[in-house]
Design a protein around this ligand. Structure first.
Ligand SMILES: Nc1ncnc2c1ncn2[C@@H]1O[C@H](COP(=O)(O)OP(=O)(O)OP(=O)(O)O)[C@@H](O)[C@H]1O
Length: 502
């Protein structure tokens, strides 16, 4: 039998094929979009703390990944035999196909999302939590956008798989591309010509969508973005005047702004903090030093609820803030957390947001401030840490020291009563350490209350009102630097000298 080229070319303009292509596109998009949304729900359920939810999600994924799509399609299309009331809905092959495809694809896409969610660094959630954002907002604004960006290539791949899988729905008589072809070649026996036309339509759909998604990937790729140029000098003149640095005035007699009472914590049965008591007064700068593993970071993380304590309580401005056994996101914590700022060792900037958006995210969600005023305030804080000209860059376009200065500005825009610093310079190259320490020293001069975990002894002794020396989960020394300098022959003296020599 001769290959019929004119017949093949005529099929490229055959109306039924174009209509069937539209059905394939509609069905694929509906399946993919529903799968992306529902799959995210299942992925979260899979990571939920609720055992029931975790089990239910795992069961769903196991079941619908095990069932062949063909079996599912025929089963759903024939369900009205058991439940005649469903005939009105499932009697429509498009609806039955969509339901079967969505049920099946959601299971696969949920696992893709789970991979994406797992790839987002834990510090991102903690940064959101430290900024007082609810779990839902952290997920919506910080975690999910990053997870989707990570999974996009795999999700696109899944879309293409869906397009090809739609050919199976011909089994329940939906007029998609393969079905149109089958009808033709069973009439005229021109199998090769017809199947080539069928292939053409699938390749065309896949190519169009591949191009579309490739364009989307480029648009979403922040690595390719060049930041808008900024005239920092001109911008500075539009900013609200920086408040004149208030001379530091520590009032030891005033009520503590932060009080830690009997804080105790064990990890895997090993006591890491053993009944810590600490009072921080307004305007005070306290450095926490001590050997590795003495519990400094754990202490600071428990003060703002990033880690749960076993015993004890934290008071903020005289009010109970966190206590042992308190559920995560309990009300007192929720309402007061923005008063405590946190600067992390690893910066934890949001990589999918520009510098200015990193600063604006939390205040925009917390405070009912006019967006223009808020933006000006954020720019002023960037100016304060010497980062104004970098306002429209992304975190990956900054050095470590610059990222840490942005992280400090992000904390300052929340107008906290006290800022906790967890080894703010430990992740920096030696030549970048000074620029961050300078910023912290300036904040100290302005009278901002600070609790700083640090290994920078010279800095700690020069800016602090008190130095707290921790050892084996205890506070071994809590005294002004001048007093500590007199403690020759003591353990802290030896420790400080050791660090200074190293
Ligand atoms: N999530 C955790 N699970 C188990 N053990 C932990 C956890 N976090 C901290 N620890 C342990 O608690 C102890 C204190 O850790 P922590 O990070 O508070 O010490 P640190 O004084 O800050 O040390 P470094 O100066 O090295 O950062 C260490 O022995 C550490 O291994």
């Amino acid at each position: 039998m001769q290959f019929d080229w004119p017949y093949l070319f005529s099929l490229l303009t055959f109306a039924d094929f174009w209509k069937a292509s539209l059905v394939v596109v509609q069905l694929s998009l509906l399946t993919w979009c529903s799968g992306v949304v529902l799959g995210m729900g299942i992925a979260f359920a899979r990571r939920s703390r609720s055992r029931v939810l975790r089990k239910a999600a795992a069961l769903y994924i196991w079941l619908f990944r095990s069932l062949p799509l063909l079996v599912l399609l025929i089963f759903i299309f024939n369900l009205p035999q058991m439940f005649p009331a469903l005939q009105g809905v499932l009697g429509n092959p498009f609806v039955a196909s969509a339901i079967a495809l969505i049920l099946s694809e959601t299971a696969y896409i949920a696992e893709i999302h789970r991979g994406g969610l797992m790839a987002v660094q834990k510090g991102q959630f903690e940064a959101g939590k430290a900024l007082g954002l609810s779990r839902g907002r952290i997920n919506a604004y910080i975690i999910v956008p990053q997870a989707l960006r990570i999974s996009l290539p795999t999700l696109v791949n899944e879309f293409i798989t869906i397009v090809k899988m739609t050919s199976l729905v011909s089994v329940i008589s939906l007029a998609e591309i393969l079905m149109v072809g089958e009808r033709l070649y069973t009439d005229n026996f021109k199998v090769m010509e017809t199947l080539l036309a069928v292939a053409f339509y699938y390749v065309l759909i896949v190519t169009v969508f591949e191009r579309l998604f490739a364009w989307l990937e480029v648009r979403l790729d922040i690595q390719r973005r060049t930041p808008d140029a900024i005239d920092a000098e001109a911008l500075r003149t539009t900013l609200p005047p920086a408040s004149a640095p208030s001379r530091r005035s520590v009032q030891p007699s005033a009520k503590p702004i932060l009080e830690v009472n009997g804080m105790t914590k064990a990890f895997d049965g090993k006591c890491v903090l053993d009944g810590i008591h600490l009072a921080v007064h307004p305007g005070e700068v306290i450095s926490i030093i001590g050997p590795s593993g003495s519990g400094k970071t754990t202490l600071i993380r428990m003060i703002n609820g990033l880690e749960q304590m076993d015993k004890g309580e934290v008071f903020l401005s005289g009010r109970s803030f966190i206590h042992a056994g308190q559920p995560d996101y309990a009300l007192p914590w929720r309402t007061q957390i923005t008063k405590i700022g946190m600067v992390f060792q690893g910066f934890n900037l949001f990589p999918h947001k520009s510098v200015i958006d990193n600063l604006m995210l939390a205040p925009r969600l917390h405070f009912n401030e006019d967006p223009r005023t808020l933006r000006q305030h954020c720019l002023a804080m960037l100016d304060k840490v010497g980062m104004l000209e970098h306002a429209y860059k992304y975190p990956h376009q900054l050095s470590g020291g610059q990222q840490q200065r942005v992280a400090i500005a992000r904390t300052l825009v929340m107008k906290p009563s006290i800022i906790l610093f967890d080894e703010p310079t430990s992740a920096l190259d030696p030549e970048r350490v000074a620029e961050v320490l300078d910023v912290i020293a300036r904040l100290a001069q302005e009278g901002i209350t600070m609790l700083i975990v640090t290994h920078e002894m010279k800095f700690a002794f020069s800016v602090s009102d008190r130095v707290v020396f921790m050892e084996n989960g205890h506070i071994a020394v809590d005294a002004p630097p001048a007093e500590i300098r007199q403690m020759t022959g003591s353990r802290i003296h030896a420790f400080v000298n050791d660090i200074a020599m190293s």
